[in-house]
Design a protein around this ligand. Structure first.
Ligand SMILES: Nc1nc2c(ncn2[C@@H]2O[C@H](COP(=O)(O)OP(=O)(O)O)[C@@H](O)[C@H]2O)c(=O)[nH]1
Ligand SMILES: [Mg+2]
Length: 182
C-alpha cells in the first residue's frame, strides 16, 4: 500500500508570536506513518509571521518539509478555511489537516484526528470537538465556560436545522479529504 499523504496547512495572519511554537509542536511521529508536508499560509500579515515561519523552516531538524507561502494580495475573507489556496495546495495529498497559527488548537491532537481520517471508512472530513464534558470541567475561566455553553446552544440549533449530530459546529480543527474538497 502506498504511504498515505498528509498536508498540514497552517493558516496564519499576524501570528508572529505563536507560529514557531505551533510548528515546533507538530508531532514528529506523524512522519513514521504518513508522507507529511507542512504549509504555512500567510495572507499579508502586518507583523513578522512570514520571517518567523522562514526561521523555523531554515532551522530544519524535522523529518518533513516545511513550505512557507506569502500571499501578497489583500485578504479577501477572514475565514480562509476552505479557500482556493487550500484546494490548490493540497493537490496530490490524500488529506489536508487545518491548523491555526495562533495556537488555538493543540497540534498534539493531530495524530488522533488524522488516524480517524485514514483508518476509518475514508470520511470526507473529520472535525475536532472541544465539547466533551471533560473539556468544560477543565476550563477554569468563567468567560471560557460561558463561551462553551454558547457554543453548545448554537450547535444544538444547527444540528436541529441540518439533521446532524455534531458535538461542536464551531471547531476550526478539521481534516478534509482532498477528493471531497475537489
Ligand atoms: N492565511 C490566513 N490566516 C488567517 C486569516 N485570518 C485569520 N487567519 C488565521 O486563522 C486562525 C484563525 O483566526 P482567528 O481570527 O483566531 O479566528 P477564530 O479562532 O476562528 O475566531 C488564526 O491562526 C489566524 O492567524 C487570513 O485571512 N489568512
Ligand atoms: Mg483564534
Amino acid at each position: 500500500m502506498p504511504t498515505p499523504r498528509l498536508l498540514i496547512l497552517i493558516v496564519a495572519y499576524n501570528a508572529e508570536k505563536t507560529i514557531a511554537e505551533v510548528l515546533a509542536r507538530v508531532p514528529l511521529s506523524l512522519a513514521a506513518e504518513y508522507h507529511v508536508e507542512v504549509l504555512v499560509l500567510d495572507d499579508s500579515s502586518q507583523d513578522g509571521t512570514f520571517q518567523a515561519s522562514r526561521g523555523v523552516q531554515r532551522g530544519g531538524g524535522v523529518p518533513f518539509p516545511i513550505h512557507v507561502l506569502l500571499n501578497r494580495s489583500i485578504r479577501a475573507t477572514r475565514q480562509p478555511e476552505v479557500s482556493d489556496t487550500t484546494s490548490r495546495s493540497s493537490r496530490g495529498f490524500d488529506y489536508v489537516a487545518l491548523l491555526h497559527g495562533d495556537g488555538q488548537y493543540a497540534p498534539e491532537c493531530l495524530p488522533d484526528l488524522v488516524r480517524a481520517a485514514f483508518v476509518t471508512a475514508k470520511p470526507n472530513a473529520v472535525f475536532g470537538s472541544r465539547m466533551f464534558e471533560e473539556s468544560e470541567r477543565r476550563l477554569a475561566r468563567r468567560d471560557a465556560v460561558i463561551q462553551v455553553r454558547r457554543n453548545r446552544i448554537l450547535s444544538w440549533f444547527q444540528n436541529r436545522m441540518l439533521g446532524t449530530s455534531l458535538s461542536e459546529f464551531h471547531s476550526g480543527y478539521r481534516v478534509y479529504s482532498v477528493a471531497a474538497l475537489e
